[in-house]
Design a protein around this ligand. Structure first.
Ligand SMILES: Nc1ncnc2c1ncn2[C@@H]1O[C@H](COP(=O)(O)OP(=O)(O)OP(=O)(O)O)[C@@H](O)[C@H]1O
Ligand SMILES: [Mg+2]
Length: 390
């Protein structure tokens, strides 16, 4: 959108410069003059990357500068349609005394650039670094100053990258872009479910396929759990990767107290395979089944997907976009789905409906969960207390 300012935020090394350079090159190849300002790397380094990405073209201009006034002057001289500023933390307004990257300087630079976007009717993309917990002050302070905030996420050790709009004044925020980082840059991922499930061993203990919805986009993701129970574990280790630690704690409490399973004193490791991060509460039931699968050393049937939100009473609640999730499961070749009780029917999938975690575990062959009695579970002899633990 001409005159708009977009913040492209992400962790160091995730691929922000690559994405922005590819964007600028595509705009330039369509005949829109694009200006890439690099305040971090030398123009020669950016040019080298542009060569690798096959991005060089006559309408793509590269400049190295960290002075905002010089950048604004360059925008005035070239009148580009798209400007990339890489990054907002390394440019500075000379008369503001603060150091580049400080809150004062980042705000002053962003305000001046936003003004230039309006005056020169160009779209400006500001690249901003954030740390994993989003704690670095600069970019977060900018969110209300800009028109659009795009978060670029992904695990540096995996090729997959997710681009999501967290704020968008000119369009929906429910879109999700999926890219893969390859030698030639970022490429669109068409079959994301296939990519996530590529390394899966069907029928493995502790593994469950969850039909996730991220934004509007359905994705099949493998959730894995490993439960290590041993006697005398007073402060058991809990480790998560790509799933929410708070949700895991809640699920363990439900499995331990409501279903009377011996998980409270066990070490529990959970992850979402493929470097994806699951923000969707509909993953609860799948994760609970993965945990019980590992605990009981029984596999969840390989042709089954699982979704449902779990409440503190052990009840299984409906999930958003149930039909979209299940349609993706059909597309991925799955035959059965363990789902909340009121889920709609879908052609091609046999549904197993459950209204509690206990019913769900029973239905999927992971043993019967007992209702809670008395003052709560005793974990002295898990093998005798629950068939799943034997
Ligand atoms: N020659 C290469 N071949 C393949 N992938 C590469 C190559 N060079 C860099 N990459 C990929 O690009 C990533 C870095 O991309 P990029 O520099 O765009 O990230 P960034 O978010 O801008 O990083 P920074 O925070 O350092 O500015 C690397 O982590 C790597 O995955
Ligand atoms: Mg960069």
């Amino acid at each position: 959108m001409a005159g708009s300012v977009t913040l492209l935020a992400g962790e160091p090394g995730v691929g922000k410069s690559t994405l922005a350079l590819q964007l600028a090159a595509q705009a330039a190849q369509r005949g829109q003059r694009s200006l890439y300002i690099s305040a971090e790397e030398s123009p020669a380094q950016v040019q080298q990357r542009a060569k690798r990405l096959d991005a060089l073209c006559p309408d793509l201009w590269l400049a190295g500068s960290n002075d905002v006034d010089a950048i604004v002057a360059e925008i005035g001289r070239l009148e580009p349609g798209l400007v990339i500023v890489d990054s907002i933390q390394t440019v500075a307004v000379a008369e503001v005394g603060a150091a580049p990257g400080s809150v004062t300087q980042v705000r002053a630079a962003a305000l001046r650039l936003a003004n230039a976007a309006r005056v020169h009717d160009c779209a400006i993309v500001l690249i901003g670094h954030v740390t994993k917990d989003g704690s670095l002050a600069g970019p977060r302070q900018l969110e209300h100053l800009v028109d659009t905030v795009l978060n670029f996420e992904g695990d540096r050790h995996h090729a997959l990258r997710l681009l999501r709009a967290v704020k968008h004044r000119f369009g929906p925020t429910s879109e999700l872009g999926l890219f893969e980082m390859v030698q030639g840059g970022l490429v669109d991922v068409e079959d994301a479910s296939g990519l996530f499930l590529a390394d899966r061993r069907p029928g493995a203990v502790g593994s469950v396929v969850f039909p996730m919805v991220d934004g509007q986009r359905p994705l099949l993701v493998e959730l894995q759990s490993l439960v290590v129970s041993g006697p005398g574990c007073t402060d058991p280790r809990r480790s998560v990767q790509g799933v929410d630690g708070g949700r895991l704690a809640l699920l363990l409490a439900v499995l331990g107290r409501v279903c009377e399973l011996p998980v409270l004193s066990a070490e529990v490791y959970c992850l979402a395979a493929g470097g994806v991060t699951v923000h969707d509460p509909g993953a609860d039931l799948a994760l609970a089944c993965a945990i019980v699968s590992s605990l009981s050393a029984k596999a969840v049937p390989a042709d089954t997907v699982i979704c449902g939100e779990v409440g503190l009473g052990g009840e299984v609640r409906a999930v958003r976009h149930a039909e979209r999730r299940l349609a993706e499961a059909v597309r991925g070749g799955f035959r059965r789905a363990l789902v909340p009780a009121n889920s709609p029917d879908i052609v091609g999938l046999s549904l197993i409906r459950a209204s509690t975690v206990g019913e769900a575990l029973l239905a999927i062959g992971l043993g019967a969960a007992r209702p809670m009695r008395g003052s709560g579970p005793r974990e002295a002899d898990p093998a005798r207390r629950h068939p799943a633990a034997s």
